[in-house]
Structure formats: C-alpha cells, structure tokens
Design a protein around this ligand. Structure first.
Ligand SMILES: [Zn+2]
Length: 368
C-alpha cells in the first residue's frame, strides 16, 4: 500500500495552473512518485515498496498515480505521466525488457499504464530520468568548460545569447555543446545518462552510457556481464561491497578507516577512487560535458566521495598537461541528495515528450 511521504519542498497550498506532470521512479526496493506543475513546483510526493512481476509493477504504478492525483486535487490542465524503470527500455514504444530486479522479462509498461489510467505515458530508463532530474537541478550552475563554475560572470557568460555582445570584451561564441550534462549513476551497477540541450540522449540501441561494461581494469575481476575487468567491478556499490564486505554502509566506512591509516582500507579505497575517476575521465573524453554529476546510492556518501574522486583526478592531471587542461574537478558535482531526482526527471521526460514529440508519446491514441 502506498504511504504518504510529505516532502519538505512539497507545497500543498499551491494553486495548480496549467499542466500537471506526474513522474514515477520504479526502483528495486521502492516506487517513488511526484507531481509537478508547469513552473516545476513540487506539488506532491509519495512512495510505496516495490513488488515483483509485471502485474504488481503495473498495479502499484497505477495506484501511485491515482494517489498523486488525489493529492494534487482538481485540475483543468493536461496531465502527463513519465515512468523511469531499470532494464532495457524502448522509449518510443514504452516497452521494458530484462528489468531483472523487478522480476520483469518483457513488458509493454507504457501502453498498459496508459490504457488503465487514460493518461499519456512516456517510459524511460531509470538512469536517464535520474540524469534529466539531476541536470534540471544543476541548470543554475551550468557553465562552459574552463570557466569558474560558481562565478556570476561564468553563469552570465553561459546564459548570454550568442548575438549579445559580451560586456567584458571579445569572447568565443558558445554552442549547444556547452549544455551537455553527464550523470554517472554509482548504484549497484555503473552507468551514465547524457542530457544534451535539456533532452535525454538515447543512441541507436539504447546502450548509450553503459560505461560500466567497458573492460579496462587491470585487476580483471569477473563481471556479471561475462567479461573480466569491467569498470563496474571497481566503480560501483557492488564493487565496494565485494572489496570491503561486512558493513551496512561500506563506502563511508572504507573512507573513514583509510583516513585512520588502515592499510587494507587504503588499498581498496585506491582501487575504488581510481575506478570512479576513470569513469569520470571516460565520460569527459567521449562526451565532453560541461557538468558531470555523481549520483546513485554511493553519492549519498557526500563530500568524502567527492574528495576521493577529486584526489584521483588530480593524480591523473599531475602527470598530464592534457588531462590537467580539462579542469575535470571543476566540472564535478554531487547529485542533490534531498530531492527525488529520478521521479522529477521522469515527470520532465513525460512533459517534454507531450510538448514536442507527439508520435513518440505512448498512449495518446490509446487514451483518446
Ligand atoms: Zn561487465
């Protein structure tokens, strides 16, 4: 049964004007839903424990949607739904394959939820919606690489239209590539989501950002994908659990013990820090994003994680002028910890699909 989880930034007294966007983030342990209005105010927030299997995931998603609509109250505007779910997602058809942790082999999730609720539904991979949600929160600090991320002049430079002359003299004209945000999901596994110009990049087959299965690591630990030495085996929650077992919160414990001089902890911390820094470097050198956000369960470690990754990026930069020139530590951010970014991103994905790509938007024909 869904449980109400009032959010500190949810404003029950808001008057809903215009469209309502519902976003549902379907995870392995919980399903989290939000409702946002056209100004991106968080109107409602609710979660329920995850149950396994196609029918249970459908039923719990629909129940959550109905609870959110009850919380929002009467509304005259259009309502859209975005869903984020693990596994291989065909976003254009709303199909999900191999969402293993949810007990789903194959499911027409988008069409099924659209048919039951009568609402248009967009389905995206969970890392992609988390990337979109995190990028939307990072928008205020979006800058071009090489500038000082938090300076007012850098923000103004990034926001100033290309046609407007800079007050501080001649400058390079920015292009859309300044608006690329990469989100590295340090969860049980490792994957990245890419947001370009405010939109999710899907690639040709949906495998974009699956950097966890690039086989690069010298330790050659076996990976569940069948390869050895995958980045995921040294840069993920499961990697930390395997290399530093027996703790409820292994990464904070590992970092704390390493700082106290525990040599085994220092060796493991080195492997993990190097692995995550390598993930950052791979994303930077292939996508060249303005901002790289570290998210997922491991990011809840907070500043000690950022310090660890930054230290390893500085090590690479120390022996390479090229790597140093990329200013990677300046581009790094931690995902906002106090917002349900996956659900917010799902809501944004649903709204954006409805606004500009009606033929990609599952459920319009079914719902009408
Ligand atoms: Zn692998």
């Amino acid at each position: 049964m869904a449980t109400s989880t009032p959010h500190p930034r949810a404003d029950k007294d808001s008057v809903q004007a215009g469209p309502i966007s519902l976003g549902i983030d379907i995870g392995g342990t919980k399903i989290e839903g939000v409702a946002i209005d056209g100004d991106e105010h968080l109107l409602a927030c609710r979660r329920t424990p995850t149950r396994q299997g196609n029918q249970a995931v459908h039923d719990d998603t629909v129940t959550l949607i109905r609870h959110l609509l009850d919380q929002v109250g009467p509304n005259q505007g259009p309502i859209t739904v975005g869903l984020g779910i693990p596994g291989r997602v065909d976003a254009n058809r709303g199909m999900v394959d191999d969402a293993v942790n949810l007990g789903i082999r194959h499911m027409a999730l988008g069409p099924a939820v659209a048919k039951t609720t009568g609402l248009p539904v967009r389905v995206e991979n969970d890392v992609n919606v988390a990337a979109l949600g995190a990028a939307s929160q990072a928008g205020n600090t979006l800058t071009a690489p090489g500038t000082t991320p938090h300076s007012a002049s850098a923000r103004n430079q990034a926001r100033r239209p290309a046609s407007e002359p800079g007050r501080d003299g001649p400058r390079a004209l920015p292009d859309q590539d300044n608006h690329v945000v990469a989100f590295i999901n340090l969860g049980t596994g490792l994957a990245a989501g890419i947001i370009r110009g405010g939109r999710i990049e899907h690639g040709a087959s949906g495998a974009i950002g699956e950097i966890g299965h690039i086989s690069v690591d010298a330790h050659q630990f076996p990976c569940k994908c069948g390869q050895r030495g995958c980045l995921e085996t040294v840069a993920s929650g499961s990697a930390v659990e395997a290399l530093w077992p027996g703790f409820a919160h292994p990464l904070p414990d590992l970092i704390a013990r390493a700082s106290q001089g525990n040599q085994r902890a220092q060796r493991v911390e080195d492997i993990i820090g190097h692995g995550i820094a390598l993930a950052v470097q791979i994303v930077a050198l292939t996508i060249d994003p303005a901002i790289i956000i570290l998210g997922g369960g491991m990011s809840k470690t907070g500043q000690p994680l950022l310090d660890l990754v930054t230290e390893h990026l500085h090590r690479s930069a120390a022996c390479s002028h090229f790597i140093a020139s990329l200013n990677l530590p300046d581009r790094l951010r931690l995902a906002t910890a106090d917002l349900p970014i996956g659900a917010i991103g799902a809501a944004l994905a649903g709204r954006m699909a409805a606004d500009s790509r009606p033929f990609d938007f599952i459920g319009k024909e079914i719902a009408s």
